[in-house]
Design a protein around this ligand. Structure first.
Ligand code: GLC
Length: 527
């Protein structure tokens, strides 16, 4: 039998921003639970991935975990989590949780113990090194969030490693005790009924055992597609992705396999397709590796088509691609690509071969909020001089009510402001409108679910005029997407429109040729 995740659509929830049941302006697990009918029935996704909801000082909004086996009181309790899993299971939704293996919070009891003395039994759970001869950091590694990746602990006279904030010390995966503790964390959540894990900055757990300097990057290496300030000056070959991580992934996989049909997907930013594919192992490491290329690539037919081809070649028949076009670290799809292309992107995301991962609110065409300086919260903006990620993390837009229906109307405010235009870009407004973004997503999801060619069939690129990408799925559907603003004539075989970004074309027959309007995408059912 095929694993469930192969034909699934995953929906990412940022718990702080999905639904606030208590009125404190912060989303919570009971809020998410109240939206299970929306997720399972209205929209029709198969699994939810919850960004971290664990106890955390929130220095990096949950990606600084101070207890891997609990729930932050802001979000509820373990009983709430169990109730959420039960509601999801009943509705046929799988639950995927975030595992943050590379680093904990500096407030985690493991690190508090580790930093207490050089002789602490937990000292070697983290990466401690003596200062360089000049008293400076042990090597030149940089923090993604800006500045050196090392902080001196004055009391014990050693530096500790942190690939992100100094409040996020890196665990040492070379230590078997750390790996055993993480395996216990996996079991803790698997025992509570989760179907799998998204592994945060997954291949960072492999680091050069000799902690050698990272070499200078050729030109300006910009793997993450942002202006990464000084982080981009180095080629992170020693600080990230050491092959030892293969062994760690195998250990993780064997824990997962002990629970049957489970799932793991790694957040791995890797531009080399061969290396990228290698993190699946021989089918004994990660089940899937996120592909970020569709998110960053220039929006051109050739660029996107070539990427899909390259990924198909790397994945082959052995693995199954995972595509995404947005997450909690990136400007929103509709902001990045513009409103018209965002509709075409929805068609592309839901009709290419692979497992799509949707980011909450993208199904409404939510845009980034312009956050006033005094309300900005993301620590990245501060450290690395980049715009910050608050804009894509604003509350979900349920209705035109105060706070967009995210918090009860009586709440005094929400943790981040609502994005502009939430009154139109909300579930209540869009649900009954056949032309809305939400209806487009919902209908694409329905089509995808009922059509094996779309959720499981092969992919074949087809010839198309410049500016148009065309591909077939299992000889049953032909998808044509325009990446240009002007109308363009496209030759097509006898077929009928299964769904189109211009909904007035749905169900029309076409033959010989078709005029695609600017940024239009059409799924044709071949006769
Ligand atoms: C990942 C997360 C991001 C977080 C970082 C550090 O990239 O997606 O939100 O800041 O890891 O944990």
């Amino acid at each position: 039998m095929e694993p469930w995740w192969k034909h699934a659509v995953i929906y990412q929830i940022y718990p702080r921003s999905f639904a606030d049941s208590t009125g404190d302006g912060i989303g919570d697990l009971m809020g998410i639970r109240s939206k299970v009918p929306y997720l399972a029935e209205t929209l029709g996704v198969d699994a939810i991935w919850l960004s971290p909801f664990y106890p955390s000082p929130q220095a990096d909004f949950g990606y600084d975990v101070s207890d891997y086996c609990g729930v932050n009181p802001e979000y509820g309790t373990l009983a709430d989590f169990d109730a959420l899993v039960a509601a999801c299971t009943e509705a046929g939704l799988k639950v995927i949780v975030d595992l943050v293996p590379n680093h904990s919070s500096d407030k985690h009891e493991w690190f508090i113990d580790s930093r207490s003395s050089i002789d602490s039994p937990k000292r070697d759970w983290y990466v401690w090194r003596d200062p360089a001869p000049d008293g400076g950091p042990p090597n030149n590694w940089l923090s993604v969030f800006g500045g050196p990746a090392w902080t001196l602990d004055e009391r014990t006279g050693q530096y500790y490693l942190h690939s992100f904030l100094e409040e996020q010390p890196d665990l040492d995966w070379r230590n078997p005790a750390v790996r055993r503790a993480m395996a216990d964390v996996l079991r803790f959540w698997l025992d509570r009924g989760v179907a799998g894990f998204r592994l945060d900055v997954a291949h960072r757990i492999g680091k050069d055992p000799e902690y050698r300097d990272d070499p200078m990057a050729e030109g300006s290496l910009d793997q993450l597609g942002k202006d990464m300030a000084d982080y981009g000056t180095l080629d992170h070959v020693n600080s990230v992705g050491h092959p030892d991580a293969h062994g760690y992934f195998k250990e993780i996989r064997s824990v997962l396999d002990g629970y049957g049909d489970t799932f793991s997907v790694g957040e791995i930013h890797e531009g080399d397709w061969e290396k990228w594919a290698s993190w699946h192992g021989d089918g004994d490491e990660l089940h899937q590796v996120f592909d970020f290329s569709l998110l960053y690539a220039p929006w051109t037919a050739e660029g996107i088509g070539d990427l899909l081809d390259a990924q198909e070649a790397a994945v082959g028949d052995r693995f199954w691609p995972n595509h995404l076009m947005g997450n909690h670290d990136e400007p929103r799809l509709a902001t990045r690509r513009g409103p018209a292309a965002a509709r075409a992107a929805a068609v592309l995301l839901l009709t290419t071969r692979g497992t799509p991962t949707l980011y909450y609110g993208d199904e409404l065409g939510m845009v980034d909020a312009d956050i006033a300086a005094d309300r900005q919260l993301d620590p990245w903006a501060e450290g690395a001089g980049v715009p910050g990620r608050d804009g894509c993390r604003t509350p979900m837009q349920w209705s035109a009510d105060p706070h967009g229906g995210f918090s009860p109307a009586t709440a005094s405010s929400t943790w981040l402001p609502l994005a502009d235009g939430f009154e139109e870009r909300c579930v209540d407004e869009q649900i009954a409108d056949h032309d809305s973004m939400l209806s487009l997503y919902r209908d694409l999801l329905t089509l995808r679910r009922v059509e094996p060619a779309l959720h499981g069939g092969d992919y074949r690129r087809r010839e198309a005029p410049d500016g148009v990408l065309a591909f077939e799925r299992a000889g049953v559907f032909l998808v044509v997407v325009s990446f240009v603003d002007d109308p363009i004539e496209v030759p097509v075989p006898d077929s009928s429109v299964a769904i189109s970004t211009d909904r007035s074309l749905d169900a029309k027959s076409v033959s010989g040729s078709l005029t695609l309007q600017g940024n239009q995408a059409i799924v044709l059912r071949l006769s």
